[in-house]
Design a protein around this ligand. Structure first.
Ligand code: UDX
Length: 439
């Protein structure tokens, strides 16, 4: 919304939320989200044509276009628990819009939703019978965290789906005209509603599948002395495959990939397509396997026990340049290391201690006693038997590992879960160094 405000000075954008604290944060100098470039764009537009408010009904009534941008987490209760998307927030937005009235509106699904959610939103809006016309549009968001500003400013494509009726086409054209103020028209795709909804789930499933595919190969590399980065480079130069999203790692995290694949497989089963669901299930299974494999490799290298040993955890975010730890692979890896009775010294430049504790969700005293938090990577490494790099923060490349080694216990291990460092150099200076998909 900040990007729309910045690129379209003639459009007044108001972001509304029930959560007063969140709105207060958006109106303050401490934005609730860490995203490079966001602060400056908010500062330039806030109070001019970008506003944050809790006065929900008033702004619904005034708006011509309403973007529904609420959470659609995986359902954790009742039918479809653990798989289906929980649409209660989308549904309550639709009800609130219908109740507030105020005139004809275009209602845009920005949240990632299962195919045919627009039908539900439509039924609620039209069922209100309040005399106003509503057009539901699907406009999924493809930005990635950490690069959100660049992705929004220069998107690969903007996807806008609508009903294939005269009113539907007019609504699509209106939303197109917003993006066309800064995005080249050739990059704005219009489709029917259902294609647009399904494309978002499919894009995320394909991206996650590439990571699971290269991670599957990484296991084979470790057995055969092939190097996964070299394999990725070799296959990525095939223009049909392409070089992106082939970085082998401890597995994908983030709020989207797993959730969207679960959502996709739930839909497949719902529509009687168990073989299709089974195919996509494997992408998640491989991701789980990769995390466990990393833990096993640590155990194997450290004489099958880490009980009583100190381990530095460098990075907890699901990727660099974000303070987001949702579904971070670091969560299950740290939990497993605690289960194995290791002691963890955690450092992440952006994820807070509270966020790490709530992501881990551990309550037993014994585990909590073995968990501590540090203010720098060097502090985290001092006195440990091993370093595990779980997020590819640039600053971890700049560490003076020779100096760090003098503060560690011997033999000193380093497990690079992001293939960030030069393993040969580390070995030369005295570490036992391990990467992913390399010997
Ligand atoms: C993703 C999609 O990229 C984006 O289009 C969609 O709108 C939201 O979901 P995001 O989750 O922010 O974006 O980050 P992304 O860069 O896709 O990374 C997801 C996870 O995959 C991270 O944990 C990352 O470390 C991992 N990853 C990514 C790899 O392990 N290897 C890669 O080559 C790329």
């Amino acid at each position: 919304m900040a990007m729309i405000a910045s690129k379209c000075p003639d459009i007044r954008v108001t972001v509304v939320d029930l959560n007063e604290q969140r709105i207060a944060d958006w109106n303050s100098d401490n934005l609730p989200v860490y995203e490079p470039g966001l602060q400056s764009i908010v500062e330039h537009t806030r109070g001019k044509n970008l506003f944050f408010s809790t006065n929900i009904d008033h702004h619904i009534q005034e708006a011509d276009i309403i973007f529904i941008s609420v959470n659609t987490p995986t359902k954790d209760y009742g039918s479809g628990a653990g798989q289906a998307a929980d649409l209660r927030f989308v549904e309550s937005c639709a009800r609130r819009i219908a109740e507030a009235g105020g005139g004809d509106k275009i209602v845009v699904e920005k949240s990632t939703v299962p195919v045919r959610t627009a039908q539900m939103v439509n039924e609620i809006l039209r069922g209100a019978e309040n005399g106003f016309n509503y057009q539901v549009i699907s406009n999924p968001e493809f930005l990635a965290e950490g690069t959100a500003m660049a992705d929004l400013e220069n998107p690969d494509r903007v996807l806008i789906g609508g009903e294939t009726t005269e009113a539907g086409n007019a609504a699509v054209a209106k939303v197109v005209s917003v993006y066309a103020q800064w995005v080249n028209k050739e990059r704005i795709l219009t489709t029917n509603l259902w294609s647009s909804e399904l494309s978002k789930l499919t894009a995320n499933a394909f991206l996650a599948q590439r990571i699971s595919s290269i991670n599957a190969i990484s296991a084979l590399c470790e057995e055969t002395e092939a190097d996964v980065d070299e394999v990725a480079r070799a296959i990525g130069m095939d223009s049909r495959i392409g070089p992106k999203f082939l970085k082998s790692s401890i597995g994908f995290g983030g709020s989207c990939f797993q959730k969207d694949i679960l959502n996709l497989t739930y839909l497949c089963r719902h529509f009687g397509l168990p073989e299709v669901a089974g195919y996509w299930d494997q992408v998640i299974s491989m991701n789980e396997y990769q995390k466990e494999r990393f833990v096993q490799r640590m155990l194997d290298a450290m004489h099958n026990t880490i009980s009583g040993k100190q381990i530095a955890i460098l990075g907890f975010a699901f990727k660099k340049d974000t303070n987001d730890a949702r579904e971070s692979p670091a969560i299950s890896i740290c939990k497993r290391l605690l289960e194995e009775k290791g002691s963890l010294k955690v450092y992440d430049p952006q994820v807070t201690k509270d966020s790490i504790l709530s992501s881990l969700g551990i309550t037993d005293e014994s585990s909590l006693e073995r968990l501590s938090f540090c203010h720098s990577a060097e502090d985290a490494c001092a006195g440990t038997h091993a370093i595990a790099i779980l997020t590819e923060w640039d600053e971890f490349k700049e560490i003076d590992y020779q100096k760090v080694l003098t503060t560690m216990l011997r033999p000193a291990h380093i497990f690079d879960g992001r293939n960030l460092l030069d393993l040969e150099k580390l070995k030369e200076i005295g570490y036992r160094a391990f990467g992913i998909g390399k010997v």
